[in-house]
Design a protein around this ligand. Structure first.
Ligand code: T1G
Length: 696
């Protein structure tokens, strides 16, 4: 096999080229190849300097994550970087694409760095539950100072070359061809006899740093880092750079890195890193399936969902026309869109010019005659089957014959909707999550007759509009909401049995979700679920336990935040949930009425009663083939429901608990609480075989 690193002299410069597609990850062979290339440059009498460059689309984008968890083969990256820094000839890093993680660390081991204007540099390790483990936490602060290093390493976000130059991380921006520029730069360095600048020897920026700065910084990490270990350890590592000599700081960094690598959080976050790429692979829809170009779109309905969906198209530069039934509804809907953009401009996350450009891409109309040119029509009208079928009947004639007809239904049967048209192959579900312009998850629901091209086009569109598109099967609630039924049901049952909304919400919040089921219900609006439950009341099996508490709250006109009261009450203008004695009284009354003896319920039972229905239903969904992989279900819960990424999603979390333990607990609940807790056969099988969901 050709080595992934080549050495070739250009003029008086030894060029070491890393060629390990797709992202030049630092596999064992690459690490060895760089070391060999360095040795050749050192031994090459005609080489007065060396350049390290990446072939293809990027410089080295980091350690090879696929090697994690396996025994580390020599040479150790720290060793390779030490060789670079100890080289007696100047070594220049030539950066393009994304110099990330270990790649950025290799660049910091070099004496100088040059980059094309579009290059980016960053330490994304924290997003994998790790920290830069090859000197990054020790060298970066020595160049940019402790505060900038803390921000860069704990955010994980890359910075553009120009900013890197301003920070002293890049010495020269190369406007032309990178290799030519880098070789010329290296030759100049050699000719001028420039000192070999070793970052590890730079002390002035890490000398006298007030210890309080680190505590302040840790406190400032705030909500976004809640529950994550890695950001805290990153701060510890940078603090070591400011308090220990380089060699000891490196050792401390290694200890902290090893601790994170052995922990569950990094395994969970790496699981999601690969899982969110895996979701794009659909066994029966090969990569080469033709994709229809989506140059224009139409959205039916300018309500909360319709407006948010339209914004997704405009954000991706796709002109979109929103259709409503009345001018008043259309104006109201577009005004909400404008308000949403203005709020983003207000926060400085969008320029006024960009907002204006996006608004100019969003047209409005009252006539179906205006959507005949759209490549895709997304219906986001009232969640009633009759209405949906009527609309699709009209689309049959109004939409272009080859247009894709997508429904944003959150639970209705895609096949029944498709039956209202003569083109079921072009009908697909695109279930956006509210708020549609914010939540990144898009459940793409395939009907029985949805064509492969339609699926491939929808999956490609998800990527274009910056959504994480997950293909799911057609069933009640699809995947995410179907699993959520049991979670909500058990949360309400726990109230009658002895818990209160604030206890359940605290347990779920502490587990890592952004909010518990009752706070979430009040935010989303309780009337939506109430209408669905009323629609199903006639067919609800009477022998199964049912909690009327949620219905009674709605009958009191309490729909949550939008009416100032729901499970909690809210002070005017505030979204802070306040426990309401009226709700506690309602809970007590209902328990009495149902003859339930209330008891003290432990936090542990609450967590299991709420989390395990997700796992059990997820297992059923896998068995039925309504999700392609357990990891797809994890991606749905991370991106659609805010499941903490450091727990990897409900199925990964189940694997970390152990399916045997999960199965035993569910059997226990089954004995006490009956049919709802019937263990899923797949869960039972895996538990008996001592296997995990990820072994499927
Ligand atoms: N290792 C192994 N495979 C990787 C990889 C990596 N670091 N990065 C990407 N891939 C695979 C990815 O799974 C996909 O595979 C293909 O490459 C294209 O990726 C010691 C310990 C670089 C911005 O965290 O952020 O260094 O699906 O679809 O959209 O201190 O990949 O085709 O089979 O994402 O153009 C730090 C992670 C590692 C960077 C390119 N580095 N990668 O995005 O392509 S830890 C990272 C990315 C570390 C050191 C520490 C992105 C990208 P497949 P892609 P893209």
């Amino acid at each position: 096999m050709s080595t992934p690193v080549e050495y070739q002299r250009r003029g008086s410069v030894g060029v070491i080229t890393v060629n390990n597609p797709p992202v030049n990850a630092l596999s064992t062979a690459v690490r060895q190849g760089i070391a060999d290339g360095l040795a050749r440059a050192a031994a090459d009498p005609d080489a007065r300097a060396a350049v390290i460059i990446g072939a293809g689309r990027t410089f080295i984008a980091g350690a090879d994550i696929r090697e994690f968890g396996k025994p580390l083969q020599p040479p150790d990256l720290n060793e390779v970087i030490r060789h670079i820094e100890q080289s007696t000839k100047p070594v220049v890093a030539a950066l393009h694409g994304t110099a990330l993680g270990g790649g950025f660390e290799v660049a910091l081991g070099c004496h100088y760095r040059c980059a094309v204007p579009t290059a980016q540099l960053g330490f994304p390790e924290v997003k994998l539950g790790l920290l830069p483990g090859a000197g990054g936490t020790q060298r970066l602060p020595r160049v940019v100072g402790v505060e900038a290093a803390l921000r860069m390493i704990t955010s994980g976000d890359p910075i553009p070359a120009a900013q890197a130059k301003a920070l002293g991380l890049v010495d020269e921006i190369v406007q032309g061809e990178l290799l030519d520029g880098a070789v010329a730069f290296a030759e100049r360095l050699a000719a001028e006899g420039k000192p070999l600048r070793k970052i590890s020897e730079m002390q002035d920026k890490v000398g006298d740093v007030a210890p309080a700065l680190f505590d302040e910084f840790r406190k400032g990490l705030g909500k976004s880092a809640r529950g994550f270990e890695a950001p805290q350890r990153c701060a510890d590592a940078v603090q070591a750079a400011a308090t220990l000599p380089f060699a000891e700081g490196l050792k401390r960094e290694r200890e902290l890195f090893a601790g994170l690598m052995q922990g569950t959080q990094s395994k969970a976050q790496i699981h999601i890193f690969f899982s969110e790429r895996e979701v794009t692979k659909i066994p029966d829809v090969p990569k080469e399936t033709p994709v229809k170009p989506i140059g224009s779109a139409a959205v039916l309905g300018a309500g909360t969902m319709g407006g948010g969906i339209a914004m997704n198209f405009a954000n991706a530069g796709i002109p979109v026309r929103v259709l409503e039934m009345s001018q008043e509804a259309l104006d109201r809907g577009l005004a909400v869109v404008r308000k949403n953009y203005a709020a983003t401009v207000e926060k400085g996350r969008l320029s006024q010019a960009d907002m204006d450009r996006r608004m100019s891409l969003i047209g409005g109309t009252l006539s179906y005659g205006d959507i005949g040119s759209a490549d895709i029509v997304v219906e986001a009208v009232f969640e009633e089957m009759a209405v949906k079928k009527q609309v699709f009947g009209i689309l049959e004639k109004a939409a272009r014959p080859d247009a894709i007809l997508a429904t944003n239904t959150s639970t209705l049967d895609i096949d029944e909707i498709a039956s209202a048209t003569s083109r079921p192959g072009q009908v697909i579900g695109t279930h956006f999550f509210s708020p549609a312009n914010v939540m990144r998850l898009l459940e793409i629901v395939r009907g029985a007759r949805t064509s492969k091209e339609t699926i491939a086009t929808a999956m490609d569109l998800a990527r274009k509009i910056r959504k994480v598109g997950v293909l799911v099967g057609n069933c009640d609630g699809f995947v995410g909401n179907r699993m959520l039924h049991g979670y909500i049901r058990e949360a309400e049952f726990l109230l009658a049995e002895g818990a209160l909304p604030q206890q359940v919400d605290r347990v779920i919040y502490d587990f890592g979700l952004p909010m518990g089921p009752f706070t979430m219900g009040d935010l989303a609006g309780l009337d939506v679920g109430w209408r669905i439950r009323k629609g199903k009341a006639a067919t609800r099996p009477t022998h199964l336990r049912y909690s009327p508490i949620g219905d009674r709250i709605c009958e009191m006109g309490r729909f949550g935040q939008k009416t100032g009261a729901g499970w909690y009450r809210y002070e005017k203008g505030s979204r802070a949930p306040i426990p309401d004695p009226e709700i506690e009284a309602l809970i007590l009354r209902t328990a009495k009425e149902q003859g339930i003896e209330r008891r003290q319920i432990s936090d542990d039972e609450i967590l299991k009663r709420c989390m395990y229905p997700l796992i059990n239903e997820g297992a059923r969904i896998l068995e039925e083939g309504k999700a392609l992989r357990a990891s797809d279900i994890d991606v749905i819960y991370i991106y659609g429901y805010g499941f903490p990424v450091y727990r990897g999603g409900p199925m990964f979390y189940a694997d970390t608990v152990g399916l045997g333990a999960v199965y035993d607990t569910i059997c226990g609940f089954h004995k006490v609480h009956g049919e709802f807790w019937q263990p899923a056969p797949l869960l039972e099988r895996l538990a008996r075989e001592g296997k995990r969901f990820r072994d499927l």
